[in-house]
Design a protein around this ligand. Structure first.
Ligand code: FAD
Length: 529
């Protein structure tokens, strides 16, 4: 007997490679495509900030348009998800609820609640994996029930598992025509709200526009450049280019506007046609596998987004310093490279991976010795691509709390950016107050003579802050703290795992050693980038 189904969109805001929606259409006589806009859930579980709100609403509008083209419609229902579901299951005589299977604890909790409700109200629940390349449970099973904790081990497991499942076919108008559309006029009652309806500030300077259509267009644009795709080497991409030097697809993956499997297989096709192509960890498929790696570890690690109670995370007595955290968050550190990155993040909601390295290292083990959890929360609110597993995983990595062990490598907030953008164009774009500084001083404007500062129309300490720390002193001190932590926790599970090289450091390391041997002054213990 065919079902009367509510398909719940959550993260999978697209119609291509959407196995759950396809299964809903294939098993039903009527499908109600629903997005429950549960503001409390979105704010408390996901800490969604203004830019992400805009991106979400744009993605919903796009989904609405695309469903309309297929003779259906999107029903955006505002309210607490359990009561919304309860009401509408009754109202529409629903016999099945379909939703994507997710790994985040808040989505798992939601699914459990819906299962219980199903038991009580007599509807079936169908949930299928949609946002990872593999069903993560298979990876865990293959590794003996625990997550592989190094990328190398992870790749080994995947080599045994073979290729990921291929994407499912796109849903079509025929699929919707086979089952009855929701009642006429229903779409009008449950429209996508405008930002102002939700009290979200209108203005958004983010160049990213949400939605499957935009995500697919960006994907196609990149795929045209087959040479670039085949040779993509992450460490060679520039953190301070004025347009993204990587794909910039992460917000679309994060909202499920783009399928990772679709991208994976489109890359495979290009690789198959190229004589040579780059490989994981630095290739584009390698990037998707990093995503998969963090999803796998997060799915089976308790308290993954916290230090306390997290079995893979070093336990560190970080400083609690609200004032310093505020300066970092609001781009007032006095280091133009760091402040420019934080400004791009605040204004646009996306920054390059290495830029994330720079500000994360600065906040944690590099300069401020503030907990990675604080940085993660700021990223969670500001990033368009904010993702439970990837965000926490990378913050642990950067703070050398897990995964990454070469903690003596500390990024210099002056030299790091200068290497790829000596003229400071990136800083000039995001910190116009420093626009007129000569390139010689743009990364360290406090060293400019008073006359130069006057000519540049910006007095340091007055128009732009003095550096909030002495980087050399702070990082030397923090390095000693980190050494001590590691000595104290030597032999604990966190420190006895395989050491894995940071792929982002591979290019840098090679360049550094060439540079150092040229100068004949190789740093003994510590390499600064
Ligand atoms: P590309 O280089 O084009 O890569 C393609 C895709 O691969 C990305 O869209 C992303 O889905 C995946 N990917 C790339 N790098 C990584 C990585 N290191 N780990 C896991 N997946 C990766 N990425 C997020 O999507 N959400 C986050 O919340 C997030 N938080 C981060 C926090 C910190 C401190 C750091 C250092 C990195 C974080 N990243 C996060 C990872 C990475 O920086 C972004 O995925 C990447 O910069 C997105 O840009 P892109 O789409 O152009 O990436």
């Amino acid at each position: 007997m065919p079902h009367r189904t509510v398909h719940l969109f959550q993260k999978g805001l697209g119609l291509h490679d959407n196995p759950t929606l396809l299964a809903a259409l294939e098993s039903s006589e009527v499908v109600y495509p629903v997005y429950i806009l549960d503001r409390k859930f979105l704010m408390s579980a996901m800490n969604i900030g203004t830019l992400r709100w805009h991106f979400l609403l744009q993605s919903l509008e796009d989904l609405q348009r695309n469903l309309t083209k297929l003779d259906s419609c999107l029903l955006v229902i505002q309210g607490e998800y359990e009561s919304v579901l309860r009401d509408h299951v009754k109202k529409w005589n629903i016999t099945q609820v379909t939703l994507d299977a997710e790994i985040e604890p808040f989505y798992k909790e939601m699914e459990r609640t819906i299962q219980v409700l199903g038991g009580e109200m007599g509807f079936d629940v169908l949930s299928l994996v949609g946002h990872t390349l593999y069903d993560i449970r298979r990876i865990l099973d293959m590794n003996g029930g625990t997550p592989p904790l190094t990328y190398k081990r992870f790749l080994h497991i995947l080599s045994v598992l073979g290729d990921p499942d291929i994407p499912v076919r796109n849903v079509t108008a025929e699929d919707f025509q086979r089952c009855k559309p929701p009642e006429l006029g229903l779409g009008e009652c449950y429209r996508v709200p405008l930002p102002e309806d939700l009290g979200i500030p209108q203005e958004s300077r983010s160049p990213w526009r949400g939605g499957e259509t935009e995500g697919l267009q960006r994907l196609e644009q990149h795929l045209k450049n087959q040479g670039w795709i085949a040779n993509f080497t992450k460490p060679k991409t520039l953190p301070n280019s004025l347009l993204p030097s990587t794909t910039g697809l992460s917000p679309y993956f994060s909202f499920g506007c783009l399928s990772v499997r679709t991208f994976f297989y489109r890359l495979s096709n290009i690789y198959a046609q190229s004589k040579n192509h780059s490989l994981p960890p630095v290739s584009l498929q390698g990037q998707l596998l990093w995503r998969e790696f963090f999803y796998t570890v997060a799915s089976a690690t308790p308290n993954f987004t916290k230090m306390v109670g997290n079995p893979i995370c070093l336990q560190i007595d970080w400083y609690q310093d609200a004032e310093r955290l505020h300066k970092w968050r609001t781009a007032q550190t006095g280091f133009p490279w760091i402040d420019a990155i934080m400004t791009q993040l605040l204004q646009e909601g996306w920054i390059h991976h290495l830029a994330r390295h720079a500000v994360a290292c600065f906040l944690t083990r590099g300069d401020l010795w503030i907990s990675w959890e604080e940085g993660m929360k700021v990223f969670e609110e500001m990033l368009l691509d904010a993702d439970y597993s990837i965000n926490a995983g990378n913050w642990m990595w950067l703070s050398a709390s897990a995964f990454f062990h070469q903690y003596t490598r500390i990024f210099c907030p002056v030299r790091f950016g200068k290497r790829t953008d000596p003229e400071g164009q990136y800083i000039r774009k995001y910190l116009p107050v420093l626009m007129n500084f000569p390139s010689k001083y743009i990364y360290e404007p406090w060293t400019a003579p008073e006359e130069v500062q006057k000519q540049a129309g910006c007095i340091i300490g007055q128009d732009y802050p003095l550096p909030m720390v002495n980087h050399k002193e702070a990082s030397d001190h923090n390095l000693q703290l980190m050494k001590r932590v590691r000595e104290e926790q030597y032999g604990t599970a966190q420190l006895t795992r395989d050491v894995v090289d940071d792929p982002m450091e591979m290019g840098l390391k090679r360049e550094l050693s060439e540079e150092n041997s040229k100068k004949g002054k190789r740093a003994k213990n510590r390499e600064q980038t």
